[in-house]
Design a protein around this ligand. Sequence first.
Ligand SMILES: [Zn+2]
Length: 309
Amino acid sequence: MTSGDRVVVALDVGGTGMKCALVRPDGTTAHAERHATETARGPAAVVDTILDVAEGLAGKALVAGLTPTACGIVVPGVVDEARGVAVWSANVGFRDVPLRELARARLGLPAALGHDVRAGGLAEARLGAGRDGGHVLFVAIGTGIAAAHVVRGSAAAGAHGAAGEIGHILVRPDGPRCGCGRPGCLEAVASASAIGRRYAELAGVPVTAAEVADRAAAGEPLAGRVWREAVEALADGLATGQALYDVETIVVGGGLAQAGPQLFDPLRAALRARLTFHREPRLVAAALGDEAGCLGAALLALDDTGDGN
Ligand SMILES: [Zn+2]
């Protein structure tokens, strides 16, 4: 049997859905499938589904003549990667679930447990838009702003699992209150949700961030102002990130990155204007879309088995 026949089982568990795949050692996908998480059933039922899906994937690998060698699972929230425990998650309901050991026992394979955003950053840094740079800051801008700092193919978790959380850099002390409880965090000003909220507050019309971008592009002054304010705040946050991390590449993903040049052109200029002696990083759009977390789960499993590259 050649090494091309080897695959890892990879699962990215989110609050709504699970992205699952069989991934080869070179990072290509042999098979992919998606399942609903259905968190309303409670965390025990979600854990059962995770283990059933993982076992099902390993079975499909064998039927297809592939050899499953390991399993990687990534989840949101607070993750103790060293112990393999999903410590806490608001949207899935996990409380101290020893997911790595449960997966190892069910599949009879080595297993790795990771954090969804750090895994997504890992995948973008090694297989996606950041693959030419050894130091990468991955920033996902959607409902909130989550981030991961990846150095030479490994995502730093920090002492308490919260490294790289630039969404909670204080950028506007008098600004709107963040979900974390403090006013003025970057994600309270510049996440896609925050942009929609700000426009609604000023215009009295509820719209999405994408619609604010469209209206700004069409020349509507109010939308232009809201968009500009968000870009300025993002540049403040990224400049702080660059002062701390000195990366080669900042990869921006999540829903807001779909605005394309309308986001990246002014953001690049605003970031450049804020940097003095720090080197300007490449600012690029994420390349792997919503598969980044699942590919990152596969990389964690491959790293464990020594199969990856
Ligand atoms: Zn915050």
